[in-house]
Design a protein around this ligand. Structure first.
Ligand code: HEM
Length: 153
């Protein structure tokens, strides 16, 4: 029987680059959220990856600068097609699955927790105070399916 070493924690920029490349490959392929990248934004991964790696390197290790506006592209997307709780739930599900597939440890846990927190924040801000009553049963809701892969890991 083959022996696999226990997964290591996310340790550096290189780990983030591998993780993010895998995550965005899955996100682009995803039938629910893929079209936001491929059809609406026309995202060029080679442009997006260094930015998002700066974002996560700053969030996890404080070793990079990220001074861009992370909210703006999501507001622009949402003006074309609504970004729903289910969309953010899928994002969180893919993020958790990708992190768990490669890493284990405190940074991996923080990456998952922060991803979830930012998803909730983006969703809340996009829904806006005026929209909160209209969609009240969905307010702040991230589908539980988002957590299934995490608990199965
Ligand atoms: C369904 C959920 C989401 C969708 C569909 C989505 C989609 C996108 C798209 C299309 C872009 C623009 C990429 C480009 O420049 O072409 C973007 C940028 C970005 N997203 Fe998301 N996103 C989602 C959730 C999140 C979450 C939860 C985070 C939290 C980490 C996040 C972090 C970012 C950041 C940091 C940028 C880069 C902004 C910049 O510096 O230009 N996104 N996203």
């Amino acid at each position: 029987m083959e022996h696999y070493p226990a997964a290591a924690d996310i340790a550096n920029r290189r780990d983030l680059e591998v993780l993010l490349r895998r995550f965005y490959a899955a996100a682009f392929e995803d039938p629910r959220i893929g079209p936001f990248f491929t059809e609406i934004a026309g995202t060029d991964l080679e442009v997006h990856l260094p930015r998002i790696a700066d974002f996560w390197e700053r969030a996890l290790f404080r070793t990079a600068e990220y001074r861009r506006n992370a909210f703006a592209p999501h507001a622009a997307l949402a003006s074309v097609r609504a970004l729903t709780a289910e969309d953010f739930g899928r994002w969180v599900q893919l993020w958790h699955a990708t992190v768990d597939g490669l890493h284990r440890g405190p940074h991996a846990e923080r990456a998952k927790a922060q991803g979830e927190r930012i998803a909730l924040a983006l969703h809340g801000r996009l829904a806006g105070p005026g929209a909160s009553l209209a969609g009240s049963e969905n307010r702040g809701f991230i589908p539980l399916a988002a957590l299934q892969l995490r608990s199965a890991a």
